[in-house]
Design a protein around this ligand. Structure first.
Ligand SMILES: [Zn+2]
Length: 464
């Protein structure tokens, strides 16, 4: 008997009895909607399970898709959820991670067991069911597959007990499977979820519901990842900068290590951003760095530099990519193809269509939004290659204790394709999965359904 069969047989009877005993609470008429977010499940993993010639073994066959969702840059949870859930009216978070640099106070805040819950991060409060937090993640890391399966069962149980017309559930345990094992190990969890959803429909034929399933980003790696803490510190020092906790002079740089990820936000005096990007962009393992200006962004990495500009258009923005030395994003051939002699400005739609299948999907839009999706944006954000990570020593020690072989092999955060692609599936009538979609467009159809459902519920319960 497989691990999965064993777990399923052990829990199934109990679970079924539990669901059967529940009162029927759904609205007559409009089916409810459950939106399930599974952290860090890569698009490729879901696509391979769904599209593989597996006959009856296909996973999540009842749902359409997967659509590939191009995540934010950095491709990390806080930013990605803030962006993906924008159509639900979500406010932005104070920082890129739970621990962040506060510009106004000129200090580093958050990330502790108490402050994690005290400082509001709106994306964490949007869920009707969710388990998360620093301690939960540490414990979950010991048995990530089991923790993910338990989370799914608890989330579906809570959904059936609730009478919310729209129910949102989130687990971060799936993120740990990728980080601590490998993304392919998510198959067990996705099959479990598939079976559990099928079971719910079968047990409650008179309580129809639709499902939305998505992830916030993917993962990349495979080799033992090198932590760039020391080389980044060295490169900054050589260029005349110092790592500090506060910014008091143009030579001060603040980095807030949190987790072990393949992106690196740096905070500097505004006049130092370009020089810091150029210095860190030379470090081996750094793919490129982006410095934010007022209406433009500078990309630097290993001797190459380019400038990105945005012009606000009527209805649609225009973007300009100008290589200054080399071609850090490799977009020069695209521009050449489209014809020379023009002014180089292209529409937002043009850039999306021409870059969505490349190594830096939708990069210009994502680079700009990297600095406006948080309340305390960085001055520079670097993207690491798939052999490197940057992060906290505490997480590194924790990873050493839980990862086979002692070192992390997979992570996310970078601008490149692997960590940037999450997935989206649904059985909502009328939804046709696009092959690939921008993060803040992905949920629009479901947000519209959710809004209509909540309005209908409000109207039905308001006395005349
Ligand atoms: Zn995530």
């Amino acid at each position: 008997m497989s691990h999965l069969q064993y777990l399923r047989n052990a829990c199934c009877g109990l679970l079924a009895a539990c669901f059967l005993a529940l009162p029927a609470t759904a609205d007559a008429g409009r089916p409810r909607l459950i939106i399930i977010a599974l952290d860090a499940v890569p698009y490729e993993v879901v696509a391979a399970l769904k599209n593989g010639e597996q006959g009856e073994d296909g996973v999540l066959d009842e749902l359409r898709g997967p659509a590939a969702v191009i995540s934010t840059f950095p491709s990390t949870t806080t930013l990605a959820m803030s962006g993906i859930l924008e159509p639900f009216g979500l406010e932005h978070s104070p920082g890129y991670e739970a621990r962040f640099y506060d510009r106004g106070r000129n200090e580093v805040r958050g990330g502790g067991p108490i402050s994690y819950h005290r400082i509001p991060f709106p994306w964490r409060d949007v869920w009707d069911w969710h388990k998360g937090g620093v301690i939960h993640k540490m414990i979950g890391g010991l048995r990530p597959v089991r923790t993910s399966i338990k989370a799914i069962d608890q989330a579906l149980d809570a959904f059936m007990r609730s009478d919310e017309p729209v129910f949102m559930a989130y687990t971060d345990a799936t993120d740990l499977i990728g980080h601590l094992r490998r993304p392919e190990d998510l198959e067990v969890v996705l099959r479990w979820l598939d079976d559990a959803l099928e079971e719910l429909h079968a047990l409650h034929p008179d309580e129809p519901f639709y499902t939305v399933l998505f992830s916030d980003h993917g993962q990349h790696g495979g080799e033992s990842l090198v932590n760039l803490r020391k080389p980044v510190r060295r490169a900054l020092k050589q260029a005349g900068f110092r790592l500090r906790k506060h910014i008091k002079s143009p030579s001060d740089v603040v980095i807030v290590p949190f987790g072990l990820i393949s992106s690196l936000p740096l905070h500097t005096d505004p006049q130092s951003a370009a020089a810091v990007a150029a210095a860190v962009g030379e470090v081996e393992g750094i793919d490129l760095c982006v410095a934010a200006g007022d209406d433009h962004w500078l990309i630097a990495g290993h001797g190459s530099r380019a400038e990105v500009r945005r012009r606000r258009g009527e209805g649609e923005d225009l973007w300009h990519y100008r290589p200054l030395a080399g071609d850090p994003l490799g977009f020069q051939p695209l521009l050449a193809q489209a014809g020379s002699g023009d002014d180089g400005w292209r529409t937002d739609r043009w850039w999306f269509e021409h870059t969505k299948d490349g190594n830096y999907p939708d990069a210009l839009y994502r680079i700009a939004r990297a600095f406006d999706l948080v309340k305390n944006p960085a001055s520079v954000i670097c993207s690491l290659d798939d052999r490197a990570m940057y992060g906290s020593l505490i997480t590194a020690i924790g990873a050493r204790m839980t990862v086979k072989g002692g070192n992390l092999r997979y992570t996310h955060g970078a601008l490149s394709r692997g960590p940037s692609l999450g997935f989206l599936m649904s059985d909502l009538p009328g939804w046709e999965p696009p092959p690939i979609v921008r993060f803040d467009d992905a949920m629009k159809p479901f947000a519209a359904y959710a809004r209509a459902s909540r309005e209908q519920r409000a109207a039905a319960t308001t006395p005349e």
